[in-house]
Ligand binder design. Structure first.
Ligand SMILES: Cc1ncc(COP(=O)(O)O)c(C=O)c1O
Length: 336
């Protein structure tokens, strides 16, 4: 109950919504929150609109509950979703739309106009709008991820908005596994049943840790944001080392999604090469619905960001020296 109280206060302070304990369910990470939501609302063959680039788990979770993921990819080649493409994807089977802004993997923050329009669409058509807000305070420069509640006149019980949040990203508490949902009571009631029969409740130790994070000194979040913003700047500077690689500067999160097609069109092949030859972990864009791209993280130290890009450059540039040392380990170019 005391964690719920902290979440209710968090919702009031950050979303300007006064919600009841019956509107909140705490789960084992935002991941379980999202799964509980989909398990609650999806009937077999229901469609869920997912905006590419998307977080890898959305389509998989939709399929696991026998729904159909409907992927909408911006035709202009950018990362910002476009309303006309979403409207064209809506059918009589559409049960929900998942919106994740700031976005993993692109780092883009969706515009207020877009969020307002998608809220309108969902309310007009009775479609659930699932807002994965897990990165909502990790925004850079003057960008801001506006709460979707701002764009509805409906109260929580009659709205179709379902907000997901957690401590993994803002407080660097990924392993603690605490996420939550704020939603109309009738949905939370079903999610409570699902959770009661599956995991009961998140560990009380983790609940206490999350409560500590939410009620403690909040300057840690701002200092994380500033550190990551600086890392973003370093990453963007370092990315200039690659010829022909286009990267959109992230407005939030700790990822970017450069287009590496100038080097290799098959992102799995490229990610494997970088892992095996340069010992750099990237995630292939195809997993996010963006073949030819790689997701790079700048959550680590500046030194790691710089070294990671240097190693990638060494691996990909045929003009770079034949051998490099990483610590006392010698890497030899034997593939280009
Ligand atoms: C967009 C997005 N949503 C949800 C999650 C899951 O977060 P949690 O650690 O709270 O399960 C992640 C973690 O990678 C994420 O990137």
């Amino acid at each position: 109950p005391s964690l719920k109280k902290a979440i209710i206060r968090y919702t009031d302070e950050n979303y300007d919504r006064c919600v009841a304990p019956e509107n909140v369910i705490v789960s084992t990470g935002a991941k379980q929150s999202l799964f509980n939501i989909l398990f609650t609302i999806i009937d077999p063959q229901d469609e869920v609109i997912i905006l590419a680039p998307y977080w890898v788990s959305y389509p998989e979770m939709v399929k696991m509950v026998h729904g159909i993921p409907v992927i909408v990819t911006p035709e202009d080649g950018g990362f910002h979703p476009r309303m006309q493409e979403i409207e064209a994807a809506v059918s009589s089977y559409t049960k929900a739309i998942i919106v994740n802004s700031p976005n993993n993997p692109s780092g883009i923050v969706f515009s207020d106009e877009f969020i307002a329009a998608v809220v309108d669409l969902c309310e007009a058509k009775g479609i659930y709008l699932i807002l994965d807000d897990i990165y909502h305070k990790l925004v850079f420069d003057a960008h801001r991820a506006a709460p979707a509640y701002q764009f509805t006149h409906k109260d929580l019980e009659s709205s179709h908005l379902i907000v997901v949040n957690g401590v993994s990203k803002l407080y660097g508490m990924t392993g603690i596994r605490i996420g939550w949902v704020v939603a109309p009571r009738k949905l939370v009631e079903v999610m409570v049943n699902i959770q009661a029969q599956t995991t009961s409740n998140p560990s009380v130790i983790s609940q206490a840790a999350a409560e500590g994070a939410l009620t403690g000194v909040q300057s840690a979040v701002e200092s994380l944001r500033l550190t990551i913003q600086n890392n973003r700047d370093v990453m963007m500077q370092e990315m200039q080392a690659f010829n022909g690689v286009h990267v959109t500067s992230p407005q939030g999160t700790f990822y970017c999604l450069p287009n590496f097609q100038a080097y290799e069109k098959d992102s799995v092949k490229l990610a494997n090469l970088l892992l095996e030859k340069a010992l750099v972990v990237t995630v292939p864009g195809v997993e996010f619905g963006m073949e030819g791209y790689l997701r790079l993280s700048y959550a680590g130290a500046v030194k790691e960001v710089i070294e990671g890009i240097e190693r990638m450059k060494w691996a990909l540039d045929p003009d770079s020296p034949n051998e490099i040392y990483i610590g006392d380990r010698k890497l030899v170019r034997d593939w280009l």
